[in-house]
Design a protein around this ligand. Structure first.
Ligand code: NAP
Ligand code: F7E
Length: 357
């Protein structure tokens, strides 16, 4: 049977996050009615979400009654469970709430659908993560053993297994998307890519002299969030529920990312020193622009993540369209524009910045 998409109802948890926003845009463009969960104590929600037509509901992933009530009221066809405490290093400081939100929160969604007897109607996307692979050898795919290295990774693994158990036990349509790192101009400012692009734009504008980083040798498979939310949607359009890795299949180090980000503003870096004493200077001016802060190292690091998305490509026809270099350029451009708009608001002379385009 073919589904009519127009008029379908989607419920997105984590709608105020990076992926939530991109996914809402995608689903609205396909004719869905989109509902989103917003924490009652969240920072002011971007008014554009409501302007776009998203219906917002106050709530919290850790409140099972609240989640059940919202699902009963919304009667969704598709649920995208994106809400999470998603910062790996922070999860070491707050392992308890990480578990409550990421593991118990996922259970609250799954069990709400079960107790409301909506198993046949609702399809669920569970935001699983490449962090579940942790120290397993790269490249990682759906058959790679899980060896998480952080409370975040373990909490996501709990959500993943709950999804599989509910799928098998109650015949529910639940898909785990095992997504590798994906970024965008709306990536949270504490994740390394956005931290870098914001700092590079601020250094170029003379608003900041240097930035600090942690482990430069970490290797990640970085894609663009726009490509990945398309994959989430595709997972829920398949005939049968399954689990899929989404990744670009290309690995880059943090050092490589920061080098290309500076290149995007015409600055060549020269690296000096080693370990915690390593610094990068602007090759032209000799000014130090990067230093290492050991506080940014993690108690346990995931060194090498590189995904193999062959299954998603073969079974669903998914593949990423935005290249690594394009991603960096787009992020830098957006951060330059943000600085320009602040300069304009404060009546500063933003001439230098008009090239940001
Ligand atoms: P994000 O930007 O950190 O967004 C997380 C969202 O969860 C925010 O909307 C946040 O709301 C919400 N949230 C946190 N605690 C909540 C609670 N107790 N109740 C209700 N909402 C709560 O994350 P993202 O990058 O968009 O990622 C989306 C999902 O994919 C997450 O589950 C993440 O773990 C997973 N994932 C991400 C990546 C990636 O590279 N981006 C890769 C693999 C998996 P507030 O605005 O109120 O904080
Ligand atoms: O770190 C290193 C850091 O915080 C990437 C989340 O979306 O993707 C994300 O998790 C690497 C790590 O992302 C800094 O040690 C160096 O090795 O940007 P990140 P993450 O930990 O990979 C996965 C797939 C998720 O599921 C998560 O939700 O960069 N690094 N210096 C740094 N990291 C940060 N944050 N800040 C630094 O200064």
């Amino acid at each position: 049977m073919t589904h009519t998409i127009a008029g379908k109802i989607a419920f997105i948890t984590g709608i105020t996050g990076q992926d939530g926003r991109y996914l809402a845009e995608l689903l609205l463009s396909k004719g869905y009615v989109v509902h989103g969960l917003v924490r009652w104590d969240a920072a002011p929600v971007d008014p554009r979400l409501v302007e776009m037509g998203v219906v917002l509901h106050d709530g919290d992933m850790i409140d099972a009654l609240n989640i059940t009530g919202i699902i009963k009221a919304v009667q969704p066809d598709e649920i995208y469970n994106l809400a999470a405490l998603s910062h790996v290093r922070v999860s070491f400081d707050t392992p308890g709430s990480t578990f409550d939100i990421n593991a118990k929160g996922t259970l609250n969604i799954l069990d709400a659908v079960r107790v409301l007897a909506m198993e046949e109607r609702v399809r669920i996307y569970q935001a699983s993560s490449s962090e579940m692979f942790g120290s397993s050898a790269a490249p990682q795919n759906e058959d790679t053993p899980f060896h998480p290295c952080s409370p975040y990774g373990v909490s996501k693994l709990a959500g993943y297994w709950l999804g599989r158990i509910y799928r098998d036990s109650y015949n529910m349509f639940i898909a785990n998307g095992i997504l590798f790192n994906h970024e965008s101009p709306t990536r949270g400012a504490d994740f390394v890519t956005r931290k870098i692009t914001r700092a590079v734009a601020a250094i170029e504008a003379g608003q900041q002299e240097r930035m600090t980083l942690g482990n430069l040798d970490s290797i990640r498979d970085w894609g663009h969030a726009r490509d990945y939310v398309r994959g989430m949607w595709m997972m829920l359009q398949q005939d049968t529920p399954d689990d899929y890795v989404l990744a670009t299949g290309k690995a880059h180090s943090v050092l490589e990312f920061v080098t290309l980000a500076f290149e995007a503003i015409g600055v060549e870096l020269e690296w000096r020193g080693e370990g915690v004493d390593e610094i990068a200077v602007n090759a032209k001016t000799g000014k130090t622009v990067i230093t290492i802060d050991p506080q940014l190292f993690r108690p346990k690091e995931v060194h090498y993540l590189l995904g193999d998305a062959s299954k998603a490509r073969t079974k669903m026809g998914w593949q990423p369209e935005i290249r690594f270099e394009q991603l960096i350029e787009e992020m830098i451009k957006a951060d330059r524009r943000e600085i320009l708009s602040v300069l304009e608001e404060t009546n500063d002379d933003g001439d230098l910045w008009r090239k940001a385009g």
